[in-house]
Write a protein of this length. Sequence first.
Length: 257
Amino acid sequence: MSDMQPRLPLIEIENLHHRFANGAHVLRGISLTIDRDSFTVLGGENGSGKTVLMKHLNGLLEPTSGTVKVDGVSVSEDSLRARLKVGFVFQDSDTQIVAQTVEDDIAFGPINIGCEREETALRVKNAAEALNITRILEQSPHRLSGGEKKKTAIAGILAMNPEIVVFDEPFAGLDYGGVKMLLKKMLEIRSCGTSVLVITHDLEKVLAHADRFIIISNGIIAGDGTPPEMLQAASEHGMRVPPGMSVPEMTWMEPES
Ligand SMILES: Nc1ncnc2c1ncn2[C@@H]1O[C@H](COP(=O)(O)OP(=O)(O)OP(=O)(O)O)[C@@H](O)[C@H]1O
Ligand SMILES: [Mg+2]
């Protein structure tokens, strides 16, 4: 059946509201589609609702009203399906660690979705190689450095073969080499046909690679366009736009890498 609807946007959000039990009305009517094979940056001030919005993509939060569909199916109706398609690299890697070794941690997702032992082992191997963490597979993830934890979390997501990977503030705590590695990884993910969505305040590290830049402010979409189109809006909404820097310069990746 899915062959009959290849052109649906990957994500369709329609008039999404989220009000928490304490009355905080955090998302106030968000409508948005995210295409396949896209690289999107989502920005906005602290507390604007970015993480709350993304948690609706895999059912971690339910809409108060409105709908969120992944590949044509409502997340509320089938959150398991949404979790297979939407990989989420959390802001805080510690919340994503579930096992006693890095290897088991990466294997957790594939096992959970019913992969056989051999398939799981292959996925763990590939993901660990992709993130260059094969040498720490036997270690306890709790004892890793912040950057190593982030790599472990990303490997665990890649092992699920998602259709989109959402990175929530991925650069926080990464050194120069770590940022370069992560950017490279994002571009590789994208070149394999998987979409990438990066929530970040660090425009100068990544914006050059995005084909779309969405700005959220106080629970509504305040801007949506190409990165050059949105620079003015970004500075109006509290993001630092490096003075005199053009969008193609906004990357920490070196041209030859
Ligand atoms: N469980 C909750 N109950 C009540 N309010 C919440 C809850 N979770 C988040 N909020 C509120 O929702 C608002 C948006 O939070 P969110 O985490 O989406 O911000 P953000 O845009 O991701 O910010 P940051 O850039 O700091 O990560 C905040 O004011 C926060 O206090
Ligand atoms: Mg956040």
